[in-house]
Design a protein. Structure first.
Ligand code: PMP
Length: 369
């Protein structure tokens, strides 16, 4: 039997989402937090011994929600916890998108919005960012008017560019569209500006956050959505039961109970990012984009060679290709590692460019700064 003939049309031409997992000594390719705290890990391991692994987990992730509610000053029933914010993206689209409905977002942005939308049968409309990777606000508003999207996704700060959308513009988008507006604040802790205070004001607003980035729990898969109670009720209709394992709930609780341990790390990552950014800016062959995340996007005509050189030296960064990646052509995204990792990276980049400059065919032009 040809099972392929039975696959839904929208799914047929999708490829499995296989994040590139590269063995490297220094991993700066997935916007993780490399400042792992042994103390925090020990606390998690200790707490795990009390888990009743023979029983189903709390489907409601109540303990995690209580801690989040306290911190965020919202009520527990405004929070939905997902197996990573990835799952929440999928749940939001499953709840609102009928076959052929339109979802509006920017390009480049986080790829899972479009992939998940395709799976649920929606059509994705992408408004290109400007050449400096800022939102083209007027084009975006025009697109809202033209296509009447049902759902809008805004990554703020944006992965992979690091850029942000001014609050007033997001408010206008929430007010003037008849859409569910999702503000994905996966990198909020590095930016510190949020739309969270407006979830009680706008019933069509959803704020997404995660413990994968600043909190260093990418392996535990904990994301959360905060919205009006009405919205949370809707999202709970499409939430798979027991979506967060008891082990992950424990890890999340311990992490949230000890968040003071993480706060110092966030400050250090921001400081390191600023320092690395300054160093990179000194290189004339690299264009550095301002980033409010825990990563920096750069553009250089030697992106592929630099990526390969770094990889050969044991450092993985994210390469976006040099052909069909649109605005990301010749770009590399570098996650901020710990101090030693960042210094090693910078040393290697300097070595690479000092070698390149001896090459008579070396061209310096990348434009902008
Ligand atoms: N949103 C954005 C903008 C991201 O960059 C990521 C991770 N790369 C996610 C959501 C998903 O994060 P997670 O599923 O680990 O919570």
């Amino acid at each position: 039997m040809m099972i392929n003939t039975l696959v839904r049309n929208k799914v047929k031409d999708l490829s499995p989402y296989n994040p590139i997992q590269i063995e490297s000594l220094i991993k700066l390719d997935a916007n993780e937090n490399n400042y792992t705290s042994t103390l925090l890990t020990q606390k998690i391991v200790k707490a795990l011994t009390d888990v009743k692994i023979n029983q189903y987990p709390d489907s409601n992730a109540d303990g995690v929600k209580s801690l989040l509610a306290q911190r965020l000053k919202v009520s527990k029933d405004q929070i939905v916890v997902g197996c990573g914010s990835d799952q929440l993206i999928f749940m939001i689209l499953s709840a609102f998108i009928n076959e052929g409905d339109k979802m509006l977002t920017t390009t480049p942005t986080f790829s899972m919005y479009k992939i998940s939308n395709k799976i649920v049968g929606g059509e994705t409309i992408e408004v290109p960012l400007k050449e400096d990777f800022k939102l083209d606000y007027f084009q975006f508003m025009r697109a809202i008017k033209k296509v009447s999207p049902k759902v809008i996704f805004l990554s703020n700060p944006n992965n992979p560019t690091g850029g942000v959308i001014p609050r007033e513009q997001i408010i206008k988008i929430v007010e003037l569209s008849n859409a569910i507006v999702v503000v994905d604040e996966a990198y909020y802790e590095f930016y510190q500006e949020s739309m969270m205070d407006l979830v009680n004001y706008y019933p069509n607003l959803i704020v997404l956050r995660t413990l994968s980035k600043a909190y260093g729990l990418a392996g535990a898969r904990i994301g959360y959505a905060v919205a009006s109670k009405e919205m949370s009720n809707i999202l709970n209709k499409v939430k798979p039961p027991y979506n967060i394992s008891s082990l992950d709930q424990v890890a999340a609780r311990v992490c949230l109970e000890n968040c003071q341990m993480v706060e110092g790390v966030i400050a250090e990552i921001i400081e390191e990012k600023n320092r690395l950014s300054q160093e990179l800016t000194k290189l004339t062959s690299i264009r550095v984009y301002e980033s409010y995340g825990n990563f920096i996007l750069i553009k250089t005509i030697n992106a592929k060679e630099l990526y390969q050189f770094l990889l050969n030296e044991g450092v993985a960064v994210r390469y976006f290709g040099n052909g069909n990646e649109g605005l990301l052509t010749d770009c590399l995204r570098i996650s901020i590692g710990n101090k030693i990792e960042n210094r090693t990276l910078m040393k290697l980049i300097n070595t690479f460019y000092s070698k390149e400059q001896q090459n008579p065919f070396f061209s310096l032009k990348v434009g902008g700064s």
